[in-house]
Each structure stands twice: as structure tokens, then as C-alpha cells.
Ligand binder design. Structure first.
Ligand code: TXA
Ligand code: MG
Length: 346
């Protein structure tokens, strides 16, 4: 299969119309959202949705998010629209918040991976909205990476993983948020299954108390059931070992400097993913400053890109842990998974 690439700015009309025709014909289109690039198919066509699983090598038990272009579209996808959902949609849609509720009969089993629920989100990115509108159907889309790899935040990342496997890529430049949407289930007590740019504090200001699934910052225990099937699988892994240090910034820097020395002595190539605050701590070392510890959104924006940049180029990626408040929770959730929960502390 040849993968066509369109520039979402200079070839706006052509690209969107062509991609919408591909979606309606059952094909696969990668498109930018404000979080990460999605790999889209007609969300009401089970066979088209199956192609997403094949192209990504995605485990069959991991359900997909349906992307809509207007709030009222959830009415046809859910059994009914709970009051909490209405309030959250008014506050945060379009935007990086995915809501889960009981699905209606028109949602194919392939989308829900057999679950009684379906995840829905209305993205904010203009290209994503234009594509969904032109296609005239909800678009099922996971992140547009090969299963297990870091999520793509540029069209180049999508091409690395998906060239020859999908029909179209709409190139809309880098994604501004850089980590995937917050996933919140509204079945039972509202619970965050995956943290993202819409934080617990922001959700609680609208609907009151919200739980965070315990598996957000630790691996599932033996025999523990996953609230979200995505929690079970290895995620975001570059072709390099990833190690995270936690503690105060000074402590973290000293742990990482020592680890760097030990690894280098064993002949292993290293990079430190540093921050503005620790810039001067890694003199003479291979260091990539990826953002500001005081503004975790800057780190979220760069994380997946940095993991891909060093994938296959070094043996070990040494990363700084940050405080788990606000979007720090989303950052640590992705980083700890990329590291397979390998943490250095002192
Ligand atoms: O920002 C995003 O959400 C991006 C862009 C493309 O919209 N999409 C994305 O999709 O991250 P994906 O498939 O990579 O992650 C969806 C997550 C998975 O962990 C999946 O297990 C969970 O949401 N999920 C989807 N439907 C679910 C459901 N019905 N119940 C529980 N978890 C669900
Ligand atoms: Mg994903």
C-alpha cells in the first residue's frame, strides 16, 4: 500500500476531502489532534475498525475512542447522556478529555473490544474536526504508532511507524499537548483511567469528587483486573532502556550523574533528559533539555518526541521524575510506563 501525505495547511481542501473519502470507503487515515496523531477509520464500520488493529499490531482486547465533531453526536453512541457528562462536555469539549459510558447498539463490537461501554471525545484540532465533519461519521482512532511504541506527535513519527500500512497521513505539524487525552469513566463513581491535560482538579471543579485509578502510577498487581484494558500492555517503549530518578531536583541530578558514569564504564551509551532547572548539573555529559520542571506541560509536549529521538541511538535514557500534581501526573504516568517502572531513588 502506498501512503499519501498531505500538508494540512497548504493542501487543506484537497487533503481533507480525499481523506474523508478514504474513511468512508473503509480505509485508514492518520490525522493530527491537539494531543497526539490518531489513526482513524469509520467508527461505525467494524471491518474498517479491524484494519486499525492490523496496522498497529494492537491487542484485540484494547478498545478504541470514537472522535466526534459536535457534542450532540454522543446521543447516538451512548444509551443516554448522564448529567455529569453534559457538564464536562460544556466545560472541556472540544479538548483533551475522553468520556466513557454505556454504548448504544450502533457501536460495533470491534470498537468496544466486547465491553458494554464506549469512549468518546471531541478533539479541538481544526484538521481533526474538519476531517470528522467531511467524513460524516464518528472516527475511531487510537494513537497512530505501532503498538508498544511512543505515541506520535509529528507526521514524521507517524511515517516512521506506518509507512506502507495506511492510506493517508494529514500533516498538521507538531501536536501542542503532546500526551494523550485524559480518560474518565462515568460508569459508577467518576474515575480517571488515564491522566492527561485535563487534570483531576479541573474535573472536580465541575462534577465534585473524582477517583484516580490506582494503576495510573504503578504496574497492575498479579491477578488485578485492569479498569482499562490499555493498562495491561507495555507502552511508549523506545529502542533503549529507560530509567527514572525521583526525589528533589538536586538529588535526582546526583543520582543520574552517578548512573551515567556507571553505565558509561560498562560501555553503554547514555543520554540524560534534563530540565531547565538542572541544566548545569550534567556538564560534559550527553544531555537533552526537554522542558521546565515548574511547567510540566512543557515536559508533556516533548516527552514522546525525545523518546523517539534517542530510540536506537543510545542504550540508556536517564530521565528526571517530577511532582505528580497537575499535568505532572500525566507526565509521570507516561514516563514510568516507558521505563517499565524502573525507578532509582535514594
Ligand atoms: O488523545 C487521545 O486520546 C488519542 C487521540 C488520537 O485522540 N487517542 C488515544 O487512543 O490515545 P489510544 O487507543 O491510544 O488510547 C485509548 C485508551 C486505551 O488505554 C484504552 O484501553 C482506553 O483508552 N479505553 C478506550 N475505550 C475504553 C473503554 N470502553 N473502557 C475502558 N478503557 C477504554
Ligand atoms: Mg495509544
Amino acid at each position: 500500500m502506498h501512503t499519501e501525505i498531505f500538508n494540512a495547511k497548504t493542501q487543506k481542501e484537497n487533503g481533507t476531502n480525499y481523506a474523508a473519502r478514504v474513511i468512508r470507503a473503509g480505509g485508514l487515515v492518520a490525522f493530527p489532534t491537539e494531543t497526539v496523531y490518531g489513526l482513524g477509520a469509520n467508527g461505525l464500520d467494524g471491518e474498517a475498525v479491524e484494519r486499525i488493529f492490523e496496522a498497529k499490531g494492537r491487542p484485540q482486547d484494547n478498545p478504541l475512542i470514537l472522535h466526534v465533531a459536535k457534542k450532540s453526536d454522543v446521543k447516538q453512541l451512548w444509551r443516554h447522556v448522564p448529567d455529569d457528562a453534559k457538564r464536562l462536555m460544556d466545560a472541556f469539549w472540544p479538548g483533551p478529555l475522553t468520556l466513557i459510558f454505556l454504548r448504544s447498539d450502533i457501536v460495533p463490537d470491534e470498537v468496544a473490544a466486547g465491553l458494554p461501554t464506549v469512549a468518546v471525545r471531541m478533539p479541538e484540532h481544526k484538521t481533526a474536526l474538519a476531517l470528522i465533519r467531511a467524513a460524516g461519521v464518528p472516527i475511531a482512532a487510537p494513537s497512530a504508532n505501532l503498538s508498544g511504541r511512543p505515541s506520535p506527535t509529528t507526521a514524521q513519527h507517524v511515517l516512521e511507524d506506518m509507512d506502507g500500512r495506511i492510506d493517508v497521513i494529514l500533516d498538521g505539524g507538531p501536536c501542542p499537548v503532546g500526551v494523550e487525552s485524559t480518560v474518565l469513566t462515568l460508569v459508577g463513581k467518576p474515575t480517571i483511567l488515564r491522566p492527561g491535560g485535563i487534570t483531576r482538579e479541573m474535573l472536580e471543579a465541575i462534577i465534585g469528587e473524582v477517583d484516580v485509578s490506582p494503576a495510573v502510577l504503578r504496574p497492575l498487581e498479579e491477578g488485578e483486573e485492569a479498569a482499562s484494558p490499555g493498562m495491561k500492555h507495555r507502552h511508549y517503549a523506545p529502542d533503549a532502556e529507560v530509567v527514572v530518578a525521583v526525589g528533589t531536583p538536586r538529588r535526582i541530578a546526583s543520582i543520574l550523574c552517578r548512573e551515567y558514569e556507571i553505565e558509561e564504564a560498562m560501555g553503554r551509551r547514555c543520554v540524560v533528559l534534563g530540565t531547565e532547572q538542572t541544566r548545569t548539573c550534567y556538564n560534559g555529559m550527553n544531555c537533552d533539555i526537554i522542558g521546565d520542571r515548574e511547567d510540566p506541560a512543557t515536559l508533556c509536549r516533548e516527552l514522546f518526541s525525545a523518546l523517539r529521538r534517542w530510540s536506537g541511538k543510545v542504550d540508556v535514557i536517564l530521565a528526571e521524575g517530577i511532582s505528580e500534581t497537575d499535568s505532572g501526573l500525566a507526565y509521570m504516568n507516561r514516563l514510568l510506563r516507558a521505563a517499565g517502572f524502573s525507578v532509582l531513588e535514594k
